[in-house]
Design a binder for this molecule. Structure first.
Ligand SMILES: NC(=O)c1ccc[n+]([C@@H]2O[C@H](COP(=O)([O-])OP(=O)(O)OC[C@H]3O[C@@H](n4cnc5c(N)ncnc54)[C@H](OP(=O)(O)O)[C@@H]3O)[C@@H](O)[C@H]2O)c1
Length: 130
């Protein structure tokens, strides 16, 4: 049992993988989902929980971090998923107009959007230099 916030990460490109690795280092129970399942293998071996579907990944935790190429991918993945009560943190690099539209899209589904822009490369995630 840990007092660290449990969370879900959707999207395991270089950036998502780096973030999950740091979350595991810090002891956060972390559920992961990626369109290409094999990209989760090394993280699951380190203790991440693999969700079979994006819906299962969202159901697992209130805090859902999204690290995808763009917001179109988020819409592809989350359309039709029950998002009620979720806090979705989208760290994809995107334009302000798409961010504003995504906030409204999530609000219609009972979820909240928090947005961040990553100003580091994957190797720097969790490093003091970042
Ligand atoms: N890498 C960096 O150094 C860096 C630095 C600053 C900011 N960023 C930003 O951070 C975000 C993530 O970076 P990244 O390098 O990890 O990006 P990436 O390589 O583009 O990551 C792609 C991820 O998005 C998934 N994806 C893309 N389109 C999808 C779709 N239609 N349906 C389902 N999954 C889809 C991919 O799944 P598959 O594995 O199945 O292809 C993969 O998990 C991007 O917005 C990027 O601009 C990255």
């Amino acid at each position: 049992m840990t007092d660290k916030t449990p969370l879900t990460v959707i999207g395991l490109g270089p950036m998502g993988q780096a973030m999950v690795s740091r979350f595991l280092d810090a002891g956060h129970p972390t559920t992961v989902w990626n369109r290409t399942p094999a990209r989760a293998d090394a993280l699951v071996a380190r203790g991440a929980v693999r969700a079979d579907t994006a819906a299962d990944a969202v159901a697992a935790n209130r805090l859902v971090i999204v690290s995808l190429t763009d917001y179109a991918a988020m819409h592809d993945i989350l359309d039709g998923v029950d998002l009620a009560g979720r806090v979705v943190v989208n760290l994809s690099s995107e334009t302000p107009d798409k961010t504003v539209k995504a906030a409204a899209w999530l609000a219609e589904r009972g979820a909240e959007l928090l947005v961040g822009g990553v100003m580091a490369n994957a190797e720097m995630v969790g490093h003091p230099a970042a």
